[in-house]
Design a protein around this ligand. Structure first.
Ligand SMILES: NC(=O)c1ccc[n+]([C@@H]2O[C@H](COP(=O)([O-])OP(=O)(O)OC[C@H]3O[C@@H](n4cnc5c(N)ncnc54)[C@H](OP(=O)(O)O)[C@@H]3O)[C@@H](O)[C@H]2O)c1
Length: 293
């Protein structure tokens, strides 16, 4: 979509973190924005910030992992702002843990939020985009959708899934006026889930590079306006490394260990376990850890 001014976008995961930056960047381009997430108060704060940029904005509380809420969300966007021209599947949860410690429910929930919701929201808005000959879907994956990390097996799997789905849809709808892009941020500083890892004392090795939420938001705009298939947002060049790992997959595990990413995964999992234990103690329960969002 070369001209996005006046279009309607739906951004999921817009109550905090990267989603807020994406919503504001779209608004700065004159796009009307519907914002979805579960936390109503935070969502309303994003709506006010977006509306202050001079566009129409709607805060629509929804759990994207629940089919009825997804359907109601699309209906409300259409009735309050208009048909969805731009869908940004940004809502995501991440949990670092040794794989055998994941509960069945935690695995299913991460797949539901990060992957299934993105596919099904796309399925809901795509027929309208095709009929109107105008639309773009941006999936926010991750650098971990290009290079998986230990202790983040489920998260990495959902992000690889998003990369694959975007590629397939892009090829399938080539020649229509609907585009598909995937944006893969590296470790994002200052805001969002990785920034919380840093705050818990689990900083990733510098060699892995960093991104900022502002750069991720700019990448989303570039992806839409220039119909880019895939943008990796990272301060370090990733493509040569990814090419090498594609050619020599047996290098993956030793390389991660050498650069300290395996150790980082262990530390993030340990910090996360400590945080869950603290939460459980505060709630007076030592039962299953809740899913980290
Ligand atoms: N931060 C990074 O370093 C980084 C790196 C690569 C990729 N990413 C990806 O970027 C995206 C945004 O991450 P972030 O760092 O901004 O995370 P964040 O600060 O934890 O924000 C996640 C957002 O997703 C929403 N969300 C979670 N579960 C939801 C559900 N069931 N239904 C609706 N909304 C839900 C949250 O809102 P509620 O809790 O209010 O529902 C929140 O708005 C994610 O897809 C993440 O995987 C982040």
């Amino acid at each position: 979509m070369k001209e996005i001014k006046g279009a309607t976008a739906l951004v999921t995961g817009a109550s905090r973190g990267i989603g807020v930056h994406i919503a504001k960047a779209l608004a700065q381009r004159g796009v009307n924005v519907a914002l979805a997430a579960r936390s109503e108060t935070e969502l309303e704060a994003t709506r006010d910030a977006v509306a202050a940029l001079g566009v129409r904005a709607a805060a629509i509380p929804a759990d994207v992992a629940i089919a009825a809420e997804r359907n109601a969300l699309i209906e409300r966007v259409e009735s309050e702002i208009g048909p969805v021209d731009i869908l940004v599947n940004n809502a995501g949860i991440e949990s670092s843990m040794a794989y055998t410690n994941f509960s069945e429910q935690a695995v299913e929930q991460m797949i539901a939020v990060n992957f299934t919701a993105a596919l099904l929201l796309t399925r809901a808005v795509l027929p309208g985009m095709l009929a109107r000959r105008r639309g773009h879907v941006v999936n926010i994956a991750s650098g971990l959708g290009k290079m998986a990390l230990p202790y983040l097996s489920v998260y990495s799997a959902t992000k690889f899934g998003l990369v694959g789905a975007t590629q397939a849809l892009r090829a399938e709808y080539r020649g229509t006026s609907v585009g598909f892009s995937v944006v893969c941020p590296g470790f994002v500083r200052n805001d969002g889930l990785y920034a919380r890892h840093e705050a818990e004392g689990a900083a990733a090795p510098r060699i892995a590079g960093r991104a900022t939420p502002e750069r991720v938001a700019k990448a989303v705009i570039r992806a839409i306006e220039h119909d880019r298939p895939e943008i990796i947002v990272n301060s370090q060049p990733m493509r040569p490394l990814l090419l090498m790992l594609t050619a020599f997959p047996s290098l993956h595990a030793p390389l991660l260990r050498t650069v300290g990413l395996t150790r980082w995964g262990e530390r993030a999992a340990a910090a996360s376990a400590d945080a869950h234990q603290g939460e459980a103690m505060l709630q007076g329960s030592a039962s299953q850890p809740s899913i980290k969002v």
